[in-house]
Design a protein around this ligand. Structure first.
Ligand SMILES: Cc1cc2nc3c(=O)[nH]c(=O)nc-3n(C[C@H](O)[C@H](O)[C@H](O)COP(=O)(O)OP(=O)(O)OC[C@H]3O[C@@H](n4cnc5c(N)ncnc54)[C@H](O)[C@@H]3O)c2cc1C
Length: 471
């Protein structure tokens, strides 16, 4: 029986498996290997708090590209939501925990369907520690030292924990008061309110972390340091669907022409008292294509000059969350700084952080009780600790894009390219591993589409047999 392996059981791995089950007409075995107790939910949809919300409205969160109402139809049948106005629901920001339940319920249905099609599902709770390829198979090593041979393998490894910022005293990163993984509840519990907390980064995870700290009863001060200290923006689209920019987009525009065009349209909507949000959103469907036409130099320019601005424009929060963040700033509880951390030293009573304050143009120090790293998922494989992806890189089974944002792969077939740039016949990747190739390859609306397209390619419609699993 054909075996398809999926490394990673978050949204991407789950939906690829679900789509494969739905599209296949012949028996095969699907093996999902996930290292954490987060099957189906992954990092994003297994939050420690009800207060952690989806950053996209419910109407845009269907797990199926061809059934946009699927999530809404699931939600409306839940006890808490029966009778709710569907338009209201469509435009609301629901808890990510609820979305995790949605994915689990999709998975339960897929398991039933698999049984009727005699598709075998094997779930392995283990870490993939290494990977090799042969002519017609992929060999996975697991952390119990066993090996698993599959005909096709999909890497859906998703979000890696943030990288440690470069400081002089790297020993600090061994401290119990440093939290490299901001998505675990440990980062916000048992915090001493007498001293401030430092959050590195000021994006969406900073917001989640602040709400997590408050929920745990923390009422001290919070510092957040990021290179530019940009204000996180709220969603304030009034429903405007902007199309003028699209009409003027041409193939192969340079980065300069694009920036000029976007600025022109932002100016034009602002003239009417409207937010620039609709202009940025109208670009969304084109970003992957635009990114692929950029030269190396243009991509480098984007990363050095525009990446942070783009991040702020794209990653917005619900208005009421934004209000709470602003209130904390007004109350002197939250201080957002633009700058760079120079060093972090821990003594018996506190942690001293030295940083360069960009606005004041001087070095400053603050004494705090803990540091939470909210700089976002690491995508450069060379910075990962103990990852099989890093091994694959050194064995030239795979290679990175030139900016080291992910894995080099064909964006149409999802085949991973080896060190010589040749696509593998049986090794694929989707999700955030494709960031270097597509730039936008993180959110549900991109991932559901990738899962659908890859499973269309890999679906099993005849009964090829391969040798049994070797352990
Ligand atoms: C905190 C957060 C909030 C988000 N909120 C939203 C949102 O509201 N809306 C939206 O559209 N997008 C959101 N996103 C984007 C999010 O990345 C995607 O929506 C989606 O959840 C990604 O799923 P994934 O399966 O690709 O990755 P992950 O969820 O990271 O899942 C990957 C899985 O692979 C496992 N894994 C990794 N390596 C190995 C290995 N070697 N062996 C075995 N298992 C392994 C991991 O343990 C994990 O379970 C959010 C992301 C984060 C981090």
């Amino acid at each position: 029986m054909k075996k398809i392996g999926v490394v990673g059981g978050g949204f991407t791995g789950t939906m690829t498996a679900v789509q494969l089950i739905g599209k296949s007409s012949h028996p095969f075995e699907i093996i999902i290997i996930n290292d954490k107790e987060t099957l189906n939910k992954g990092t994003a949809y297994n939050p420690y708090s009800e207060k952690h919300l989806l950053n996209v409205t419910a109407g845009k969160m269907s797990a199926y590209p061809d059934n946009p109402q699927h999530f809404l139809n699931w939600v409306i049948k839940r006890d808490n939501f029966v009778g709710t106005d569907i338009t209201l629901l469509e435009n609301s920001f629901l808890p990510r925990l609820l979305y995790g339940e949605y994915l689990c319920s999709i998975w339960e249905d897929a398991k039933k369907l698999a049984e009727t099609k005699r598709i075998k599902i094997t779930l392995i709770h283990s870490l993939v520690t290494d990977l090799d390829v042969s002519e017609d198979a992929v060999i996975l090593s697991l952390d119990d030292k066993s090996k698993l041979i599959v005909d096709d393998c999909i890497l859906a490894t998703g979000n890696h924990i943030p990288r440690n910022p470069a400081i002089k005293n790297v020993n600090f990163y061994k401290s119990n008061n440093y939290f490299q993984n901001p998505w675990k509840i440990e980062s916000v519990i048992h915090v001493n309110s007498k001293l401030p907390v430092l959050i590195i980064g000021n994006g969406l995870t900073m917001v989640d972390t602040i709400f997590g700290l408050l929920e745990q009863g923390f009422d001290g001060e919070i510092y957040a340091i990021s290179p530019n200290g940009f204000n996180i923006l709220p969603h304030r689209n009034n429903g405007l669907k902007y199309s003028k920019l699209n009409e003027e987009l041409k193939d192969n525009m340079t980065i300069y022409e694009l920036v000029k065009l976007v600025n022109k349209h932002i100016k034009s909507v602002r003239k009417y008292g409207l937010s620039a949000e609709s202009v940025i959103d109208s670009l969304r469907i084109h970003t992957q294509k635009i990114w692929q036409t950029f030269s190396h130099l243009e991509k480098e320019l984007f990363m050095s000059r525009l990446r942070h601005l783009w991040g702020v424009a794209r990653h917005r929060i619900p208005l009421h969350s934004h209000d709470k963040i602003q209130q904390l700033r007004i109350d002197g509880k939250l201080h957002i700084k633009s700058g760079k951390i120079i060093d972090i030293l821990e003594s018996q009573d506190f942690i001293t952080v030295e940083y360069f304050d960009k606005k004041k143009n001087e070095e400053k120090t603050i004494n705090i009780s803990r540091v939470i790293n909210c700089t976002g998922p690491e995508s450069n494989l060379t910075n990962l600790e103990n990852s099989f992806l890093k091994n694959c890189l050194s064995k030239r089974i795979l290679t990175q894009d030139h900016l080291n944002l992910g894995i080099d792969a064909d964006p149409e077939s999802f085949q991973i390219k080896n060190g010589e740039g040749k696509p593998h016949d049986h090794l694929y990747t989707i999700g955030s591993n494709l960031k270097g190739v597509l730039w936008e390859s993180t959110a549900v609306n991109e991932l559901r589409d990738q899962a659908e397209r890859l499973s269309e390619k890999l679906k099993v419609t005849d009964s090829k047999v391969r040798s049994e699993v070797v352990v």
